[in-house]
Design a protein. Structure first.
Length: 356
């Protein structure tokens, strides 16, 4: 049973008495962080000999804590009520990514852990992508040709205005790339696993391309994503095997990388027969720079009419890299070490170079 005396509650269990200090939340605590502060105070006030006999620790990125808590802590409270376990989150502002679950029985602790895992799994679907795997294309020759292309389009617009055109639609020449796949890496474990997958994929690609090294990719011909050239969001360069334009070798490369990340449980869906392309113009770039989510289509009819067969030259396939999404600031995991901080390029998290 229990007996209360002032601010101390005495618990008697198996002929031993345990003390637990009562607490109240300080008035200064912001309502947004109150539930997290309460968790911390609760954790600090539990005596060594508590009623709990089972404990597990979970590594969970802080980005998921709000999903685990729910509105005003309702979700966490419901899990504790349903399972009989106690869930303790790290103190706000700490660098810890460890959640502690305690309970009287192993089943209660495991049940709470399972419910948290389900919440995290569902939350990932609602969160934005943090990284992407790509093949960089911006060598010196391609960058020079793209700069000439941009200058020519801007000049044409000056003489014959292109509806809803602006120069911030263009990708920076240094950033020209083939996107292979998108990733949501919200934990240090996921980041570490992604690096290992890329290392393994390098070995597999070396085997696939052993008779085709170096694989030369030709960037030639413009196309667009939708069915109306007068209302376009994305204008891109088509990419093909320079030695055999009808070859499926690039599809094999993309498929190899996709399957590797699927096997590692870092992505769920594989897109077959991907439209391999290098984006040149995208209304998303303009939206990001203007700080709005609204994208405004532009008329690409004149650009296609004049430069439909534009040729940016040939690029050897040398590198595969994982880069950070340009909009991913608040969701980065810890102090992530990046390989490249070139302000003209996307921050490179990790890269591998193929045998040549």
């Amino acid at each position: 049973g229990s007996t209360s005396e002032k601010d101390i509650t005495l618990y008697e269990l198996k002929n031993r008495v345990y003390r637990k200090a009562a607490y109240t939340l300080p008035a200064r605590i912001n309502s947004k962080t109150a539930t997290f502060e309460q968790d911390f105070l609760e954790k600090e006030s539990i005596a060594q000999g508590s009623l709990t006999s089972h404990k597990i620790r979970m590594k969970v990125s802080p980005v998921f804590y709000r999903f685990i808590m729910g509105k005003a802590g309702a979700k966490k409270t419901a899990i504790q009520r349903d399972t009989g376990a106690t869930i303790l989150l790290p103190k706000p502002g700490s660098n810890s990514d460890e959640i502690i679950i305690t309970g009287r029985t192993e089943d209660s602790v495991e049940s709470a852990k399972t419910q948290i895992e389900v919440i995290v799994s569902r939350a990932i679907q609602a969160l934005p992508y943090t990284h992407f795997v790509s093949i960089p294309l911006g060598n010196a020759e391609v960058k020079a040709k793209m700069e000439d292309f941009i200058a020519a389009v801007v000049e044409q617009n000056a003489h014959s205005p292109i509806r809803d055109f602006s120069s911030d639609l263009f990708i920076k020449p240094e950033r020209l790339h083939l996107t292979v796949l998108l990733l949501k890496l919200y934990s240090q474990e996921a980041l570490t696993k992604a690096k290992a997958v890329l290392d393994k994929t390098r070995e597999e690609l070396n085997e696939i391309l052993k008779d085709k090294k170096p694989l030369l990719m030709r960037l030639r011909g413009l196309d667009y994503m939708n069915d109306d050239p007068s209302s376009v969001d994305v204008l891109y360069l088509q990419v093909e095997d320079n030695a055999a334009p009808s070859s499926t070798i690039l599809q094999e490369v993309f498929s190899c990388v996709n399957k590797a990340f699927i096997r590692a449980d870092l992505m769920n869906i594989q897109e077959e027969n991907l439209k391999i392309h290098a984006t040149l113009m995208n209304t998303k770039y303009r939206a990001i720079q203007s700080g709005t989510e609204q994208r405004k289509h532009f008329d690409a009819t004149g650009i296609l009419g004049r430069w439909e067969d534009v040729d940016f030259g040939v690029v050897p396939f040398k590198t595969l890299k994982i880069s950070m999404m340009p909009t991913d600031q608040e969701n980065r995991v810890g102090d992530v070490v990046i390989e490249s901080k070139d302000t003209n390029d996307y921050p490179t998290f990790y890269s591998v170079t193929l045998d040549q």
